[in-house]
Design a binder for this molecule. Structure first.
Ligand code: ARG
Length: 266
């Protein structure tokens, strides 16, 4: 995680961001700290990254890279204002015993925001931020099956805003964020799917962090909490509204370094 010292809404690169609706610094800090403490309470060990002035979205560490074993597949951000994050991420990973690799030059890719393992398969969101070719490139690097999913609703511009693997066979999703083909692909690959409502999708219900049988998410997603409890998960809600102003929530604010709960390779 990266503390939100320089977090703010300084540009608009998704429909949630409005420069005239800036985040409240004090509240954002509090919400970030509460999230960190909650994650620690459910068993996570948190490594920190030093915030950098002028990089307000560095807090969204999910976008730093896709992690696979000791490899960090770095992002090549679509939008200029975030491109300065990559050298900072690269440096962090190298000094923490990861090997780093950049996607081929002509391909955009936004890390774990758009690439999530569920079982043996890597699901990749494309077109809004990452390119489909970047997902193919990862498949050939990792020798794994990839399912590229076109994202069709600009509000759900990263895969982790509309799809959240819980275990190798279970995931949370918001079907309208995908085209019909993508919906069929997810339905045939993931046996147990928990659908979120329109309203809870706008509360970033799908942007949850899974730690064992604990699921940490933004407040305002009561229906999803009930559905997850029926699947034997313990749910925890914590307010993250200041980060929603930037189009991010719990999951975006974290990057799992030891492999996602749902990834078979861990
Ligand atoms: N303001 C950031 C952006 O638009 C938010 C990133 C959220 N991260 C995520 N993994 N969905 O790029």
């Amino acid at each position: 995680m990266c503390p939100p010292d320089y977090f703010g809404i300084e540009y608009e690169i998704n429909p949630w961001m409005h420069k005239d609706v800036n985040a409240d610094y004090v509240t954002a800090r509090q919400q970030w700290r509460d999230l960190k403490e909650l994650l620690e309470r459910v068993g996570a060990q948190i490594e920190l990254m030093e915030p950098v002035k002028g990089l307000p979205d560095l807090v969204f560490t999910a976008n730093a890279a896709l992690i696979w074993q000791d490899q960090a597949y770095l992002s090549r951000f679509r939008h200029g204002p975030r491109q300065g994050e990559t050298p900072v991420d690269d440096q962090w990973f190298r000094s923490h015993d990861f090997d780093t690799q950049l996607p081929p030059e002509h391909l955009n890719f936004e890390g774990a925001g758009d690439a999530l393992f569920c079982g043996e398969t890597l699901f990749g969101g494309y077109i809004v931020r990452s390119d489909a070719g970047a997902i193919q490139w990862l498949g050939s690097e990792l020798h794994c099956r990839v399912i590229p999913l076109q994202l069709v609703d600009e509000r759900y511009y990263h895969l982790d805003t509309c799809f959240c693997p819980l275990s190798p066979t279970e995931a949370i999703w918001y079907p309208p964020a995908f085209d019909e083909y993508g919906q069929l692909a997810i339905e045939s690959a993931v046996p147990t799917l928990s659908k979120v409502s329109d309203e809870e999708a706008t509360r970033f219900a799908c942007n949850a962090v899974v730690v064992g049988k604990h699921v940490v998410m933004n407040t305002g997603c009561p229906k999803l909490e009930v559905a997850l409890q029926q699947l034997d998960y313990e749910t925890h809600a914590t307010p993250l509204d200041e980060f929603l102003k930037s189009g991010g929530s719990a999951k975006c604010l974290t990057l799992r370094l030891d492999g996602e709960e749902a990834a078979v390779w861990r």
